[in-house]
Design a protein. Structure first.
Length: 391
């Protein structure tokens, strides 16, 4: 009887898929390290045959199982170790004279090294499996907390990309969200103080508050107020739980709203980097706010203005034209530095970039940041592009 295939979407099918994904992560792609044990054995034999008896290739032969333990499966490591022992035994038996007893001692030492390499391989494989499982869990959590963006939302084409500072974590303290409402397409890009998994609870709380408030808040100041109240509640919960850093947590945020006809853009910034407006044939425009508000969680420190909104800055309005692209990002972009500690300049990079598709724009900017920092990000990076298609 053939084994029964579990039905699609069932817990058994999910488990099987995760098992295969863990296996692929543990096995990894082939590289030069997979051929190195065999190369060491061949070099050892060449040294043994081409040099005088007092020169031996035994050190290279002994290194082969350890190199195999670093990369290969346990079965492959066993095969390499067995081959090493066979070659060592043949060399001992082929030797003549008083060196034979000493050769058997060397063979015993080689057998001990092979056994040790097998133990190291077993431990390494177990650690790799645990790491692969953790990465699968992290990816599942990321998909749940920060699901993929729709390719189109209202009149806009949308693309986003997320690069955590810790690649193994898959998610950190940056977030973005897009929602189509009766008021227009509303967008949130935010950065929680801190990075990595420690900021993920704030990311989940902020995204939940945005999804709840986006279709209900009548305008952007009301939306920001809703998000700030949610952050204040989250900080109180942390304080009640005894978290000492609760009062030090805040969230920089940029809220945007594009009218349903795609012609009007409204932005409101709360301590967040200003977005860029890319228009074909023109230099990138940085949409600086008339007055920048305090980050979420700190708005109660601002004096109450004439409108009664504590810390709420005025909303900036701009006109959009077909072919325009709005580029939003977190400070992981502007704070990326190279070896000379020079910061990345998104405006200079986007000059001459034109207005390609949102996906091409997002990937080009993110790849440029990674090249500039040589793949080492000091902070999480989130990039979001919204494009109004040409008529």
């Amino acid at each position: 009887m053939f084994p029964r295939r579990p039905p699609a979407g069932s817990p058994e099918a999910f488990g099987v898929a995760r098992k295969h994904e863990r296996a692929r992560a543990v096995r990894g792609p082939l590289s030069w390290a997979d051929a190195l044990p065999a190369a060491l054995i061949v070099i050892s034999l060449c040294v043994q045959l081409a040099t005088p008896p007092e020169i031996t290739g035994a050190p290279l032969l002994a290194a082969a199982p350890f190199v195999a333990a670093y990369r290969m499966t346990l079965r492959a490591t066993v095969l390499i170790g067995a081959l090493v022992l066979v070659i060592g035994a043949v060399e001992v038996l082929a030797a003549a004279g008083p060196a034979v007893p000493h050769g058997f001692v060397d063979l015993g030492e080689l057998a001990v090294l092979v056994v040790v390499s097998l133990g190291l391989c077993r431990v390494r494989r177990r650690r790799d499996a645990e790491l692969a499982t953790a990465q699968v869990v992290a990816e599942t959590v990321r998909q749940a907390v920060l699901p993929p963006l729709p390719a189109r939302c209202g009149p806009l084409e949308v693309a986003g990309r997320y690069e955590p500072a810790y690649a193994a974590a898959r998610i950190g303290g940056d977030l973005y969200a897009v929602a189509r409402t009766r008021f227009g397409v509303r967008v949130l890009v935010a950065d929680v103080r801190g990075k990595g998994l420690g900021a993920m609870s704030a990311v989940a709380a902020t995204l939940g508050a945005f999804r709840e408030a986006a279709p209900r808040a009548p305008d952007l100041p009301a939306l920001v107020g809703w998000l700030d109240e949610s952050d204040q509640r989250w900080k109180r919960q942390l304080g009640d739980a005894g978290a000492l850093e609760a009062d030090e947590r805040f969230i920089t945020a940029l809220c945007a709203e594009v009218s349903l006809d795609g012609r009007r853009l409204r932005t409101l910034q709360c301590g967040h980097p200003a977005p860029l407006l890319l228009r074909d044939g023109e230099a990138p425009r940085t949409l600086y706010p008339a007055a920048e508000g305090l980050p979420l969680g700190l708005r109660d420190l601002a004096p109450v203005g004439p409108s009664g909104n504590s810390g709420t800055p005025p909303v900036r309005e701009d006109a959009l034209a077909p072919g325009d692209t709005l580029l939003l990002f977190t400070d992981g972009v502007v704070e990326a530095r190279d070896r000379a500690r020079v910061f990345f300049d998104p405006v200079a990079f986007c000059t001459g970039l034109g207005a390609p598709s949102p996906r091409a724009t997002v990937d080009a900017l993110a790849d440029a940041v990674l090249r500039h920092s040589e793949g080492v990000l000091e902070d999480d990076m989130a990039v979001l592009a919204l494009a109004l298609p040409r008529e």
